[in-house]
Design a protein around this ligand. Structure first.
Ligand code: C5P
Length: 253
């Protein structure tokens, strides 16, 4: 049997050549990393949950007309996606202060921001994904002014969609990160949402209790990450068709 071709391996996902030109297979690993991969662990079941959750959010985006890379889920850990040229930026949208903005500006975690704030990091592990300005992005040619206008508009639409979806299940969307790709239709270029949308790339707090249900659980040793992601999936009605763990039979005396 021919071995399929690996195109790229990242910290949490692997991309393989797809069955048709212009497609890729995105495989979700159980690996978790934080603080620019200084902290690493394998968390059983994370990949299965993120595959399902990213499918759920991307399908939702498609249903409200926001273009994205998702085509269909293949199995518990893999999905078929459109191949695109990834813009080397992490596009972050924040609704409440947390993480790096709280630190940078001395804000209390959870402070509502005056409006959704969009910011960019340059995707470069060796440099630790430094924050960059629009001026840098234009000067280094990573995106044009028209691209940036489209990226902000996409990011804010995704923010409105995700905020509403999470609010409906009692979760506050504090912030999130997306990546944007270019696809070509002949001479025409379009920007689409790519990569993944999952609790790995969002901050999600229970509205009532403030409990963290995202990767901060791993970053800050707040408990069991799989349980947190399973809770998000359960509330959204998205759970793997097969259990991730096989329950052992129990002896009954
Ligand atoms: O760390 P920071 O506060 O800048 O992160 C903002 C948001 O972007 C968080 O939801 C975080 O999970 C996400 N993020 C990410 N990948 C990175 C950096 C941040 O998904 N490399």
């Amino acid at each position: 049997m021919a071995r399929r071709k690996k195109i790229y391996e990242g910290k949490a996902k692997i991309l393989y050549e797809g069955p048709e030109p212009g497609t890729l297979i995105q495989y979700f690993k159980d690996d978790a990393t934080a603080f620019n991969a200084q902290k690493k662990a394998t968390i059983e079941g994370k990949g299965v949950l993120n595959n399902r959750l990213s499918e759920f959010f991307m399908t939702g985006l498609t249903n409200i007309g926001i273009p994205n890379h998702f085509i269909r889920r293949i199995n518990m850990r893999e999905q078929l996606i459109r191949q695109c040229e990834i813009i080397p930026l992490e596009v972050i949208v924040r609704n409440f202060a947390a993480g790096s903005i709280a630190k940078r500006l001395g804000l209390d975690e959870g402070t509502p921001l005056p409006r959704p704030v969009v910011e960019y990091s340059y995707k470069n592990d060796a440099l630790g994904d430094p924050m960059v300005s629009e001026e840098y992005i234009l000067a280094f040619g990573w995106a044009s002014q028209q691209d940036l206008d489209d990226i902000v508009s996409l990011a804010l639409r995704v923010n409105d969609f995700l905020s509403g979806v999470f609010y409906a299940v009692g979760i506050k969307l504090v912030d999130f990160k997306i990546e944007i790709g270019r696809i070509w239709d002949g001479d025409f270029m379009r920007l689409i949402v790519a990569d993944e949308i999952s609790p790995d790339s969002c901050r999600l707090w229970d509205i009532r209790t403030g409990q963290k249900l995202d990767k901060d659980v791993f970053r800050n040793d707040l408990g069991n990450l799989t349980e947190a992601y399973t809770e998000v999936a359960r509330r959204l009605g998205v759970l793997p068709t097969q259990a991730t763990h096989v329950n052992k039979p129990t002896l009954i005396n």
